[in-house]
Design a protein around this ligand. Sequence first.
Ligand code: GUN
Length: 291
Amino acid sequence: MTHVLDGNAVGDRIRDGLRGCIDTLEGAGVTPGLATVLMSEDPASETYVSMKQRACDDLGIESFHHELDTDAPAEELFDTVESLNDDDAVNGILVQMPVPDHVDDRAVLRSIDPVKDVDGFHPENVGRLVAGDARFKPCTPHGVQKLLEAADVDTEGKDAVVVGRSDIVGKPMANLLIQKAPGGNATTTVCHSRTSDLGAKTRQADIVIAATGYPELVDGSMIAEGATVIDVGVNRVDADTEKGYELVGDVEFESAKEKAAVITPVPGGVGPMTITMLLYNTVKAAGLQHD
Ligand code: GUN
């Protein structure tokens, strides 16, 4: 029987653990606070940001939201980040990516105080992660590690293939998998859009992590019998539904499930874990700032 991982259940357990940390901080007079900044009219980005705010409210983390017109000058975004950097009630800052083309996204990431960078995207935090001294692990790869741990999938000595090389998921995921640390010690291959014969690579893998943004790119023919398959993709594809679309992952679930021993669904797999680890990083940030 294939084990279909329940990201909501694993996420709920971690959130329950965070409640205790929040109570302790509250006892010291600290309420953790997360600021989200949205400069986009993309419906998916709007949905993600409102889910992040709601998750904060549910857990007793204060949330602050700033929305900027997509044609506002870049300076407005930098000024917003600067005021959040200076605001003691704000422990974590998240600028939802992507930002409009006229805004230099790397400069935005550099402008966030690294101690408040709960995404872990600031170059200082990327460097610390690569050096094996992470301050904030990026939320999605960290969530994948927690899911693997919850499913008793040991990464030690395993062959892992990460499909996708984004700064947000693929690169940090590969870095975590090669660390000399629990959840690491895997022999890790990173594949991407220029990889030749992707299936030959993924079929060698004990663990396949798909994070490409291409709907159902990885199917059952590309998976080894008994492998673990983690699907990070969330793709809106046109469908005859009330909303006019449905969500599908980067993995063709039905055929991959025939082969895999462990697999994540979309939705309800990695998605809830990303938000949970954002809450985790926000609580951690509040602790670091008030030590
Ligand atoms: N856009 C897509 N995923 C993310 C994320 O994890 N953080 C931010 N800031 N933007 C994103």
